[in-house]
Design a protein around this ligand. Structure first.
Ligand SMILES: Cc1cc2nc3c(=O)[nH]c(=O)nc-3n(C[C@H](O)[C@H](O)[C@H](O)COP(=O)(O)OP(=O)(O)OC[C@H]3O[C@@H](n4cnc5c(N)ncnc54)[C@H](O)[C@@H]3O)c2cc1C
Length: 386
């Protein structure tokens, strides 16, 4: 068993880390204060990142992407966690794996321009009446002589403002769900309000409304009725990368700040790191971050070996998200009043962390997946040498 990283991986991490520190971190305060990322600045980081080959790294090389393995992707995503959501989207892209199911003319129209960064796509599954129960959607598409007609609505759609097309899940039968690529600007397609959130400022979360939107036959992604399966299987790796690895990166970043502060801040004529209760918070954070990281790496390794890592990813989703929550909570405590004060970014990290336990499946849903699996498979889920 070899846990070391090779030279290429170390260089890749270093390049991403430097890009984030030099190009993205300086923009964070402005985004936080204004609530949005300036368009010209967004374009600039996008171009710079593309020049360095850092855009669309999760997409195959033959399409113009970086062709990273799951493990290499995770290593980058961990670094992405050091900055804020909207900057990751503009700099590195947020290209969802279900798009890889594009075939024929779909490839030139939707897939390739997205990998090239000329088009941006958002994924739209959630509706006001269907969140955890993603199969309980009401949006539906009816087949016509010329294609399909789409009706319904979605909400909480991240990055909906910048995106120029959407992967939309819609019922195409009593129990069948299909996935469609829907361009902004189609007749009957309207964008609603930006639903203001507690954190991740700068990323808009939009309502979308479909009122008899005509879709060409080409808009259907994958086979009819296979949309749910397609989305759920492809979103597994997204969950591991965008939630698991980023949570580990974010927690690591916050932990670094905690360590510095405990060494600098003095009370009662000694640094606060000398107090055992502060030390416990540091120790628990370090232990949990390391545990979460190895869970993430192990699940990525399993994907690269072609194993089904669904349960491991569900465990990662819970543990990494909750670790991040505990670490940022301790950070606020260790920073005391400055942890609550907007003069430092700690309170922002605290707010930004909260969503990790909710999106891409709540902790409760993923715990349910793990519990049901372990009741079926037994020790195979926790004793790997059985
Ligand atoms: C900032 C943000 C960004 C998002 N981005 C997107 C996006 O880009 N695209 C998209 O499609 N969606 C997006 N979402 C939606 C997100 O995935 C959902 O919010 C999430 O899946 C939970 O659904 P819900 O909010 O409807 O909560 P609900 O499903 O209503 O859950 C409410 C509570 O009930 C619990 N619960 C539900 N079912 C069960 C069960 N079976 N057992 C135990 N407990 C249960 C939940 O865990 C939760 O605690 C986003 C949401 C937010 C807040």
């Amino acid at each position: 068993m070899d846990f070391s990283l090779n030279e290429e991986q170390k260089m890749m991490i270093d390049t991403v880390r430097r890009f984030i520190a030099e190009e993205l971190k300086p923009l964070e305060d402005e985004i936080e204060n204004n609530g949005f990322l300036d368009k010209a600045k967004a374009q600039a980081v996008h171009e710079k990142s593309k020049q360095l080959g850092l855009y669309a790294m999760n997409m195959p090389v033959e399409l113009g992407g970086g062709g990273l393995s799951a493990l290499d992707r995770i290593l980058c995503e961990e670094q992405f966690g050091h900055t804020t959501d909207i900057l990751i989207r503009r700099a590195f892209g947020n290209i969802y794996e279900p798009l890889l199911h594009c075939k024929g003319d779909q490839v030139e129209r939707w897939l390739k321009p997205t990998v090239a960064g000329q088009r941006t796509c958002a994924i739209t599954i959630t509706e006001s009446g269907a969140g955890s129960d993603a199969a309980g959607i009401k949006t539906h598409a009816r087949k016509t002589d010329t294609g399909w007609v789409l009706n319904g609505s979605k909400h909480f759609i991240s990055d909906g403002e910048w995106s120029d097309f959407f992967l939309v899940s819609a019922k195409t039968g009593e129990k069948e769900i299909s996935m469609f690529m829907v361009d902004k600007g189609l007749p009957g397609f309207t964008v609603g309000k930006d639903q203001k959130m507690m954190g991740i400022r700068g990323t808009p979360h939009l309502e979308l409304f479909f009122d008899n939107v005509p879709l060409e036959p080409l808009a259907l992604l994958g086979a009819e009725g296979q949309g749910f399966k397609l989305a759920m299987s492809a979103l597994n790796v997204v969950r591991l990368a965008q939630v698991g690895a980023r949570a580990v990166g974010k927690a690591s970043h916050v932990c670094e700040l905690m360590v510095d502060y405990t060494n600098e801040r003095k009370q009662f004529n000694t640094k606060i790191g000398d107090f055992q209760m502060i030390q416990q918070m540091l120790a628990d954070s370090v232990i949990e971050i390391n545990a979460a990281r190895w869970m993430v790496y192990n699940a990525a390794w399993m994907l690269d070996q072609g194993h089904d890592a669904r349960e491991q990813i569900a465990m990662v989703k819970v543990y990494a998200a909750e670790t991040l929550g505990r670490v940022v909570d301790r950070a606020v405590q260790i920073f005391g009043g400055m942890g609550f004060c907007k003069e430092l970014p700690i309170e922002r990290y605290y707010r930004d962390a909260r969503i990790y336990r909710i999106f891409d499946g709540t902790s409760e849903i993923h715990r349910t997946v793990v519990a049901k699996s372990v009741m079926k498979k037994g020790a195979a889920l926790f004793d790997v040498n059985r």
